[in-house]
Ligand binder design. Structure first.
Ligand code: COA
Length: 149
């Protein structure tokens, strides 16, 4: 037993859940915690379109991690908005969020999980999460000219 005054480090256990309830306010707070910009009402609006999502919570119930899984209704799932609370980064939370998302996409019958990201995140998605490089395409809509009709 610890003597009085002694500091005992208790490792916080993190609970990961597929399709667990998350409020819009919780996602706003999580997004702002890592410096991201968030729009009120965003989560309430889009979650009905998701295959699922993964939450990570502390013992106390604080939301500290999230990833959304969009899909095409068939073989393809898409990871979006992976995020870990800034105070909990670099402790494996992001990797576990992605792993739970991938397992559940497989269980739902998907064959492929896609993700795109800025080059700086290569060590996370390629090395930690195990994604393979692939060809992909992108159009930046504000800067293209589109003819009418
Ligand atoms: C990207 C992010 C989700 C990673 O979450 P995390 O919980 O810190 O991830 P992990 O602890 O599982 O990281 C495992 C490894 O991935 C790599 N990694 C993690 N975050 C990284 C980052 N921001 N940039 C580059 N590599 C990173 C590191 O090699 C890390 O190992 P280390 O901790 O020993 O250095 C987190 O940095 C985040 O929320 N960033 C802001 C939002 C964002 O950019 N999301 C991506 C959207 S595509």
């Amino acid at each position: 037993m610890a003597a009085t005054g002694e500091t005992v480090e208790v490792a916080t256990s993190i609970r990961y859940k597929w399709r667990g309830k998350i409020t819009d306010a919780e996602l706003l707070a999580l997004t702002r915690s890592h410096g991201g910009s968030a729009t009120q009402g965003w989560w309430d609006q889009i979650q009905i379109h998701s295959l699922g999502w993964v939450s990570a919570r502390t013992d106390e119930g604080l939301l500290i991690g999230f990833v959304n899984v969009a899909w095409d209704g068939g073989d393809h799932a898409f990871l979006l908005d992976t995020k870990t609370h800034h105070e909990h980064q670099h402790h494996g939370v992001g990797t576990e969020l992605v792993s739970v998302a991938v397992r559940n996409a497989k269980a739902a019958g998907c064959e492929w999980v896609h993700v795109d990201f800025e080059p700086r995140l290569g060590p996370f998605y390629f090395d930690a999460c195990g994604f393979k490089r692939t060809e992909a395409g992108l159009v930046h809509l504000p800067t293209i000219c589109v003819s009418s009709g």
